[in-house]
Design a protein around this ligand. Sequence first.
Ligand SMILES: *[C@@H]1O[C@H](CO)[C@@H](O)[C@H](O)[C@H]1NC(C)=O
Ligand SMILES: *[C@@H]1O[C@H](CO)[C@@H](O)[C@H](O)[C@H]1NC(C)=O
Ligand SMILES: *[C@@H]1O[C@H](CO)[C@@H](O)[C@H](O)[C@H]1NC(C)=O
Ligand SMILES: *[C@@H]1O[C@H](CO)[C@@H](O)[C@H](O)[C@H]1NC(C)=O
Ligand SMILES: *[C@@H]1O[C@H](CO)[C@@H](O)[C@H](O)[C@H]1NC(C)=O
Ligand SMILES: *[C@@H]1O[C@H](CO)[C@@H](O)[C@H](O)[C@H]1NC(C)=O
Ligand SMILES: *[C@@H]1O[C@H](CO)[C@@H](O)[C@H](O)[C@H]1NC(C)=O
Length: 384
Amino acid sequence: MKDFALTLLLSAALSSALPQEIDWDAVDALKPIPTASIPVVSAAAAATTLPINTASAVSAVSSAVLARPSEAIIAARHVKFHVARAILATRDNDNSTATDNSKCAQKPAADDTPDAFGQTQSFAQTALKASTPAGYNQVYVNKNGSSEFIYPYLGFTTLDSYDTAKCAKRCDAVSGCQSINIYFERDPSVEPAAGCTDPSSSTVIKCVYWGSPVTDASTTNTGQWRKNFKVLIAGSNGYVNATHSKPPGYNEPISLNNSAIIAPPNCRGYETYMGVKIFQNKPFSIDLCASACSASSEYNRAHPDKTGYFQTCQFFNTYILYNETQAVGQYCALYNETWPKDFATNFGQFRNGRKFTLGSSWMVSNSTADLDKPRGCANGQTCS
Ligand SMILES: *[C@@H]1O[C@H](CO)[C@@H](O)[C@H](O)[C@H]1NC(C)=O
Ligand SMILES: *[C@@H]1O[C@H](CO)[C@@H](O)[C@H](O)[C@H]1NC(C)=O
Ligand SMILES: *[C@@H]1O[C@H](CO)[C@@H](O)[C@H](O)[C@H]1NC(C)=O
Ligand SMILES: *[C@@H]1O[C@H](CO)[C@@H](O)[C@H](O)[C@H]1NC(C)=O
Ligand SMILES: *[C@@H]1O[C@H](CO)[C@@H](O)[C@H](O)[C@H]1NC(C)=O
Ligand SMILES: *[C@@H]1O[C@H](CO)[C@@H](O)[C@H](O)[C@H]1NC(C)=O
Ligand SMILES: *[C@@H]1O[C@H](CO)[C@@H](O)[C@H](O)[C@H]1NC(C)=O
């Protein structure tokens, strides 16, 4: 087997000026995440859940790092997770035919129009006065779009009333659920089809579960055409579970919000950055990155170089990387030394004309080492 610790050391020494900027090789190697769109339902109540067990995802990370360390750590590659089977309701944008309601059992009343839905004041009033569920933070209020492309999609339920607390409770019962989007949707009462291309509408209140935080920017799903029927959204509110985990053996995670660490070289001019892993379509979890960090140390400890030297992962920065409004994955950057918050200077980067930003960023250090300063220099020399 290749001498991993040595490879790590050499790569670190030879790496370019700012190796911790977004690793485009790692990002480009990712496969697209299948689009999950929420089925447009007619009148009858509907629900589906697609729970994902975070604990088993965490142990999968550890096993993957131990089995393929070079791929997983310095080579900065992602783990291929089992992607939850999503409901793939294709968007029906076939709008070529003229409205034909000759065979409609459910003909729309004269005032049943998209415009009338848009002008319904009670949707906005309800959304604006809705209370934030206990243990959640409000992220957006009264949007005309629902969240999409934030991953993983964990299902939805319809509700009899716009009840944010009930929606949050349902989310709490879905493994991996971290945020909710509740909204009014103008749905067709029956599936539009030949002879009934624009049926009457029914207003459905949807409560959607997401495995990562909903964001204001993600409310881009403003509806769709189904034959000649226009699906619309109103009064869309987003709430995120305020709890974050504290992985055992690590200090209390420190929030960096929408920024990421770019650590300088240590006092001897060496990079302390060990590499990156990106998790896709898994519930966002600080524990996933902690698992990668600890497993890297475990592997290195078992594979010292000829002088007995090995590196350990002592610190990590994990966040959600966004390609404009769409989540790319959970980024997990590993370091062999702890750095203070002052080095959180990366607020995003442009690439091929698209803006990549960060969110839900946390930095976490090993609580055994427990140093808020760079270390590793000879003779106790401090780096400042
Ligand atoms: C679709 O059809 C409706 C009604 O016939 C029309 O108002 C609308 O402009 C069409 N939309 C598109 C995108 O072609
Ligand atoms: C939502 O749509 C309504 C009706 O078209 C409009 O009055 C309102 O300004 C829109 N709100 C947003 C946030 O775009
Ligand atoms: C938030 O998430 C935590 C951890 O997953 C969970 O235990 C809790 O039930 C969730 N809901 C609230 C309201 O805290
Ligand atoms: C976190 O970042 C978002 C933008 O991504 C910003 O709207 C928000 O105000 C920030 N929160 C804090 C506490 O800095
Ligand atoms: C923290 O670092 C110490 C020293 O390298 C190591 O023994 C311990 O396993 C690390 N803790 C975790 C949770 O990785
Ligand atoms: C960003 O999104 C655009 C549009 O979907 C896509 O063409 C591009 O490949 C994405 N880039 C990366 C690095 O994911
Ligand atoms: C971190 O890695 C660099 C580069 O390999 C090395 O010079 C430094 O001593 C390491 N720090 C620790 C604490 O092992």
